[in-house]
Design a protein around this ligand. Structure first.
Ligand SMILES: Cc1ncc(COP(=O)(O)O)c(C=O)c1O
Length: 362
């Protein structure tokens, strides 16, 4: 079966560098929040264009700690998209706040800014746009709305490392940018990990304490925090992969362009708005014949995945929020029609041609 992603090829390419890095770290006897984490934080802050970046244990924690540090919790509402990975809403709920969903744009699958204002109440404290599949959300409009209503912006950048709008990187627009280093992400570790990019250094200081049991140093605890630290091994691995991230994103874009060129009218290809830099964490097509296309691909030996088959407002765990089918028709339709195809920097042209042929012949 042709996989969605080929991490083995990447490992083969960087093996020597990785093993040297592991030997150095294992021999250093410094395994958590050490010099490699600090170096990665510095490099990522520079790359994204913010004064501070803070390594944490996962993308979910990055969201949770950011919401917490911005003093959002019990009784507050946070606006986000129903078409995302579950963790986006989970992180809001961890803080005691309530996620409030807004439907998505049909072309990018991102939160539709034209529908945000009607959901704002006196309880609304923040907006969490998700740069889904690697295409940035409409940050200009979201920033305009946030400014008008004095709301915080927490960007869920889990799928969008390196994405940008008119050259400005996602993760630099809001109060916090939340990254996941889950192994399958564009910048992925060999375990869990996450990073928060921050514009306000005072908030950064709060997050640094929150990630380490509320401690400002030497067994002094100023607040109740969490154990959410990034370890040196993951940071060392990420430093090696980070050197290649631009090249690897640009290869993803080349593969995506080839799919788009070869796919005929059987399915709608992903779009990229003018001035937006899509990093194709996923290459996601849409078709009313989605299920037939997926089973044909499977018969021919090609993986494909439905991200996401159930929008968050229809998830059992969130039934207490009181949403019903029909509340977010664009997200519901996307859930029925989307299909993500294999995409990664090592995907061969021949494979893309074969996949396109199967889909065009459906
Ligand atoms: C959009 C989105 N948000 C949040 C997360 C959570 O990240 P993690 O798995 O690192 O906790 C993920 C990925 O898994 C994601 O895709």
């Amino acid at each position: 079966m042709v996989p969605m992603l080929d991490l083995k090829k990447e490992f083969g390419e960087i093996k020597t560098e990785l093993l040297d890095m592991l030997t150095e770290i294992l021999g250093s006897s410094h395994y958590i929040l050490g010099p490699k984490v600090a170096e990665l934080e510095k490099k990522i802050a520079e790359y994204i264009g913010v004064p501070s970046a803070i390594g944490v244990a996962s993308g979910t924690d990055a969201l949770h700690l950011s919401i917490d540090a911005l003093d959002i919790g019990e009784g507050d509402e946070v606006i986000t998209t129903p078409f995302t990975f579950f963790a986006t809403a989970e992180a809001v709920i961890y803080t005691g706040a309530t996620p409030v969903f807004v439907d998505i744009e049909p072309d990018t699958f991102n939160i539709d800014p034209t529908r945000i204002e009607e959901k704002i109440t006196p309880k609304t404290k923040a907006i969490i746009p998700v740069h889904l599949f690697g295409h940035p959300a409409d940050m200009k409009e979201i920033q305009r709305i946030a400014k008008k209503y004095n709301l915080r912006i927490i960007e869920d950048c889990a799928q969008a490392f390196g994405a940008a709008v008119h050259g400005k990187k996602t993760g630099s627009f809001g109060d916090a940018g939340c990254y996941s280093f889950y192994p399958s992400k564009n910048l992925g570790a060999y375990g869990d990990g996450g990073m928060i990019t921050i514009n306000d250094i005072n908030v950064a200081e709060i997050i640094k304490k929150l990630r380490n049991h509320g401690s400002g140093g030497a067994y002094r605890h100023e607040t109740i925090g969490f154990n959410s630290r990034l370890d040196e091994i993951q940071a060392g691995i990420l430093l090696i992969k980070f050197k290649r991230i631009d090249e690897s994103n640009s290869k993803r874009r080349q593969k995506a362009a080839l799919y788009t060129k070869l796919l005929s009218g059987k399915a709608k290809c992903p779009s990229e708005k003018d001035g937006f830099y899509h990093v194709y964490h996923q290459y996601t097509i849409t078709s009313p014949e989605r299920n037939a296309i997926q089973s044909r691909l499977k018969d021919k030996g090609f993986s494909s995945v439905v991200y996401y088959p159930i929008p968050l407002h229809l998830q059992d765990a969130l039934s207490y929020l009181g949403y019903k089918e029909g509340d977010f028709p664009v997200a519901e339709r996307a859930a029925k029609e989307v299909l993500s195809l294999p995409i990664h920097p090592y995907l061969e042209e021949k494979t893309i041609e074969e996949i396109a042929r199967v889909i065009n012949g459906c």
